[in-house]
Write a protein that binds this ligand. Structure first.
Ligand SMILES: [Zn+2]
Length: 239
């Protein structure tokens, strides 16, 4: 049973939309892999099959179980049509509610941690992710959250001199001091647990993440002022 979009908030609607479009993204991925294999086959013939099979792990290509190129092309075409149908259904349903309300504000994250009002902003170079939890928010609300990471083109109110993290945080542990100076701290600079350092940073309005690497051990990194540690669904600017 599909939810009645007319009763939901912009944030809830955009979250649902991302969930609804997810299956088409995996289908388009699969289709892309199938066409990669077909390209290898048509350029290199049977040796293309060998390349695809041996490079499968590297290229992320699936196993082909001996299908013929014609079958593979038919399969890829069928899956692409299937993905387009779902994508179209999702767009029609969600665009109707967007149009009924005359739209709402949205916020987009770029990999550098900046937040934009529109993915068409000139400062968005390549990839962006919709932040559904900020849909419908005012400029003031976005700036209060993102501070120096609010794009000053998209949010003119953010065009002020923000104090850097190191300027606005006073005191703290030795580990926090190192984190603010360098942006990250390795195992030997922690003088305590990584979790404690992350908690201390977060309590002071910073965002940090602990990483464990089998070779390098623990490290704690300062993050842009976003929820960049949670999985994001990145989109690419159409060329
Ligand atoms: Zn911008």
């Amino acid at each position: 049973m599909e939810k009645d979009l007319t009763t939901l908030s912009p944030a809830e609607i955009d979250e649902l939309r991302l969930d609804a479009i997810e299956p088409t993204l995996s289908l388009f991925d699969e289709v892309g892999h199938l066409f990669e294999w077909l390209n290898l086959f048509y350029v290199h013939g049977d040796s293309g099959t060998a390349i695809a099979l041996s490079a499968g792990g590297v290229l992320g290509l699936p196993d082909f179980n001996g299908e013929q190129p014609e079958e593979m092309r038919a399969l890829a075409t069928r899956k692409r049509e299937e993905a387009k149908v779902i994508e179209n259904e999702v767009n029609v349903r969600f665009d109707a509610e967007w149009d009924r309300r005359g739209g709402w504000t949205r916020a987009y994250l770029t990999p550098d941690g900046d937040i934009h009002r529109s993915w068409e902003c000139k400062a968005v170079a390549h990839n962006y992710a919709l932040l559904p939890e900020h849909s419908g928010k005012t400029e003031e609300e976005i700036i209060a959250f993102a501070r120096e990471y609010a794009c000053a083109v998209c949010y003119p109110g953010a065009a002020v001199e923000w104090p850097s993290a190191i300027e606005r945080v006073t005191g703290g542990s030795y580990g926090l001091h190192e984190l603010l100076n360098q942006g990250w701290v390795g195992e030997y600079g922690l003088r305590g647990s990584p979790e404690a350092l992350v908690a201390e940073a977060c309590a002071r309005g910073l965002r940090a993440r602990a990483n464990f690497d089998a070779d390098l051990g623990w490290s704690v990194h300062l993050l842009p002022h976003t929820r960049a540690e949670s999985p994001r669904r990145w989109s690419t600017i159409p060329s």
